[in-house]
Design a protein. Structure first.
Length: 171
């Protein structure tokens, strides 16, 4: 169970980091990931995770739906999705609830995935995502396929620090 939790937490880091893709560039300039606050209701089917986000924008953002598919060596390993919409208040630093659902074929596979990434052998781990997000009135679909997890984590040096914080929260 502990290996599953650690594996899922790393994948959540990847999910939060995806907002920095080129399509979402206007969000990135005003929306900053500050860290992980707390978690609850952790099980093999999902968890509630609170992240601290700083929204400098005059707009309140909503993520209506999001799904992240994880592939290892071309084989589908797991899917992480939101159970409910996420609202990010305007001009505030807030703890935001991410109600996550996990779909995976085994908890052992996610534990192995985590070790691959930590050991630097995660170049063959890729994700694809689909997200519907925007302001209250105007929403847009974002999607991308075949993003290497090593690329996402390599973008921000504090990403592995965030993984370590999550690791300690689970232990």
């Amino acid at each position: 169970m502990r290996a599953l939790c650690r594996g899922i937490l790393l994948l959540v880091v990847a999910m939060v980091s995806m907002t920095s893709r080129a399509e979402a560039q206007p969000w990135v300039e005003k929306l900053h990931f500050e860290g992980f606050a707390k978690m609850s209701h952790l099980s093999t089917s999902g968890m509630n995770l609170w992240v601290t986000l700083d929204n400098e924008s005059a707009w309140r953002y909503e993520i209506k739906s999001c799904e992240v598919d994880i592939y290892v060596e071309g084989s589908h390993l797991a899917t992480i999705s939101l159970r409910d919409k996420v609202v990010i208040p305007r001009r505030a630093t807030s703890e935001i609830l991410l109600p996550l659902r996990f779909e995976t074929r085994s908890s052992f596979a996610l534990g192995r995935l985590l070790w691959r990434i930590i050991e630097g052998a995660g170049d063959d781990v890729v994700i694809s995502y689909r997200m519907r997000a925007g302001t209250r009135l105007f929403k847009r679909n974002f999607a991308e396929e075949g993003i290497a997890v090593s690329t996402i984590l390599g973008r921000d040096p504090s990403a592995m620090d965030a993984v370590e914080v999550l690791w300690q929260m689970v232990e």
